[in-house]
Design a protein around this ligand. Structure first.
Ligand code: GAL
Length: 640
């Protein structure tokens, strides 16, 4: 695989006279890709049914003849104003029952049939016109599903579709929806919540106190399925006209739909990486960490998403948007330190990215993102990131082809578990994503490369360690597959804690194969209530009481309460540990498995491809490792 770079361009924002020059400058910079079109609906169809494709024809031709490959976006994230006149009820509705207004973007409900048919129509027009265009080398569907909290909508359309979805879920042997089965599965006897008919089932918002978690989980799954179907509608149309690969650009920290399911319908997964944008309020670290990395970003957060989206893309993934300077949307928007744009790009390549595209070519002087940097300033003079992109272009021109290598350790990531934790966190601020991220960070601190696995995985060949923490529902065949694999498996906390409908399983969780343990009670802990472990670190946030039959105790709290138990190669951690705690427990397991381990400073990380070991340094001082100096805010690469 070759490594490539690109940019995001909005020809409709700029006078036609400068397009040629822009295209030449892009090609001259060494860019391969240019993504266009994803917000241009009002200029492609100014009035219903009146199309204007001439400008897009020109833009594609100009970019293509300059030697660039076009990624053409479908414009469905920004329905034009006339669409709202046509379908006033297509707007998504928030939890409080208020329609979200026109005037920014993503103002649609995934369940609205009228809007979906309009999307199918514009996508068909585009695919028909550009499906065989030699310069259109890839497609992007929509833009950042779920961003700005837009997966879930409490509209009338969503309510109707949810009822139909439930009917299907609870139908068997031709029986069109068994309401008694739903009542039983959801435990609706509790608080007299029994239904007589699917048509009575409302959306789980505006209830007096919390809705039934089974109801909420079903609604989250339904909402996720609506995103999958919306995407597939577009993909099927594009495929009938074009052989070019199709991507979607996911966002960082957005977990409210099942990306693996969307990814199954696409050739490429991509995501939008804004390291400084994410740092303040998505990473979830304390003030001193945020201050230390304020101009670099968190050293594990991008890497985690690279690994996640590599899995979502089944190996093929890009960074569709790379932060090039200050953004406009985070609580604070500092300038990155010199070198970071190049470093972020190489970090993505180290994790197997095929392409990294900088957002955006030129800073916009108008509208919402006027304070968002680009590769060029609004006056077309090079912004600081331009030189860094040029540096990368020169480096990749002479870099060898590269292949991805299977990592020795893996973490399963299950979006359904994320829904379940969200519905029932049991303690303020406890999320599945942050639990998994804590474990990811601990493993990275030991210098390990990590694969993320989809919950559909049943073949664990080649993995020495598989982490299954926090996965609230684990299907029986997955438990079986793990018990039969050669991998060491880390379970807990909260693994297999619920059945598919958010109830406790008969006989108490987790009911693992060949590992007879029982979680008898659980507690959540305020942050100040960390419980010290016998061999270092603390149990914080969440703790489980565990009963063992035929298992050994590996770690206890200082007062003797069991925290880690094992039988054979299955290990259960009955708590959410702090960083020292995870390190202590996981290090022993990894040492046992003969893995090469480090204890890296928080700014230094490592990632292997098939032939190279990358050392990535987010710190402002050089680090020396294995006799190699990794310069500050830069990377070093060793052959392996
Ligand atoms: C992304 C989005 C882009 C742009 C960018 C600004 O989330 O896809 O269109 O808004 O953020 O950082």
């Amino acid at each position: 695989m070759k490594r490539t770079i690109g940019t995001c361009y909005y020809p409709e924002h700029w006078p036609r006279e400068i397009w040629e020059q822009d295209a030449e400058r892009m090609a001259d910079l060494g860019l391969t890709w240019v993504r266009i079109g994803e917000f241009a609906w009002s200029r492609l169809e100014p009035q219903p049914g009146q199309y204007d494709f001439d400008w897009l024809d020109d833009a594609i031709r100009i970019l293509g003849t300059a030697g660039l490959k076009v990624v053409l976006g479908t414009p469905t994230a920004t329905p034009p104003r006339w669409m709202i006149d046509r379908y006033p009820d297509m707007l998504a509705v928030d939890k409080e029952g208020r329609p979200r207004k026109f005037g920014s973007r993503r103002h649609y409900c995934f369940s609205h049939e009228g809007y979906k048919s309009e999307c199918a129509r514009i996508v068909r027009e585009l695919a028909n016109r550009y499906g065989n265009n030699p310069y259109v080398a890839a497609w992007q569907t929509d833009n950042e599903y779920g961003c700005h909290d837009t997966t879930v909508s409490y509209s009338a359309a969503a309510r109707r579709s949810f009822q139909l979805w439930l009917r299907k879920q609870f139908s068997n042997n031709g029986n069109a929806g068994d309401i008694a089965a739903l009542n039983a599965a959801w435990g609706n006897v509790f608080w007299s919540m029994d239904y007589d008919d699917f048509d009575q089932i409302d959306l789980p918002n505006l209830t007096v106190t919390e809705p039934n978690p089974a109801h909420s989980l079903a609604f989250r799954r339904f909402s996720s399925d609506q995103v999958v179907a919306f995407n597939k509608l577009q993909v099927d149309i594009i495929r009938s006209f074009s052989d070019a690969p199709i991507a979607h650009n996911y966002m960082g920290g957005v977990t409210d739909f099942d990306h693996f399911k969307v990814g199954q319908d696409l050739e490429i997964s991509s995501w939008d990486s804004y390291p400084l944008g994410f740092l303040e309020d998505r990473v979830g670290q304390d003030d001193s960490h945020v201050t230390h990395f304020a101009r670099q970003g968190d050293p594990d957060y991008q890497a985690f998403h690279h690994d996640l989206y590599r899995a979502v893309g089944r190996g093929r993934w890009w960074v569709m948007e790379q932060q090039p300077g200050p953004v406009n949307w985070a609580p604070f928007n500092p300038v990155p330190l010199p070198g970071m744009v190049r470093l972020w790009t190489w970090e993505a390549f180290a994790h197997g990215a095929e392409a990294v595209c900088y957002f955006r070519w030129r800073q916009a002087p108008m509208a919402q993102e006027q304070m968002h940097a680009g590769l060029l300033r609004p006056d077309s003079v090079e912004a600081p990131a331009f030189a860094e992109a040029r540096h990368v272009a020169q480096e990749i021109a002479s870099a060898p082809d590269v292949s991805i290598k299977q990592a020795p350790v893996a973490i399963m990531f299950d979006y359904n578990a994320d829904f379940a934790w969200n519905i029932q966190p049991h303690g303020r601020g406890l999320t599945y994503l942050s639990l998994i991220f804590d474990i990811y960070r601990a493993l990275r601190q030991m210098g390990l490369s990590i694969d993320i696995l989809s919950p559909e995985t049943r073949d664990f060949d080649g993995y020495k360690l598989v982490v299954m923490s926090g996965m609230m529902h684990v299907p029986e065949d997955l438990k079986q597959a793990l018990s039969q694999s050669d991998a060491r498996v880390i379970w807990g906390p909260r693994s297999a804690a619920r059945d598919t409908h958010m109830s406790l399983p008969d006989g108490l969780p987790p009911q693992l194969v060949d590992f007879d343990i029982k979680i008898t009670s659980v507690e959540s802990l305020r942050p100040s209530l960390g419980i010290e472990l016998e061999h270092g670190g603390k149990c914080c946030h969440y703790r489980e009481d565990i009963e063992i039959n035929d298992a050994e105790t590996l770690e206890t709290t200082k007062d003797g309460t069991r925290i880690v138990v094992a039988r054979g190669k299955q290990v259960y951690v009955a708590g959410w540990l702090d960083q020292d705690g995870w390190m202590q427990i996981l290090r022993k397991q990894c040492q046992n498995l003969g893995l090469d381990l480090y204890d890296l400073p928080s700014g230094l990380r490592c990632r292997d491809t098939l032939t190279e070991r990358f050392w990535i340094n987010y710190d402002t001082l050089d680090h020396t490792i294995d006799g190699l100096t990794v310069p500050a805010l830069s990377y070093s690469v060793q052959p392996i």
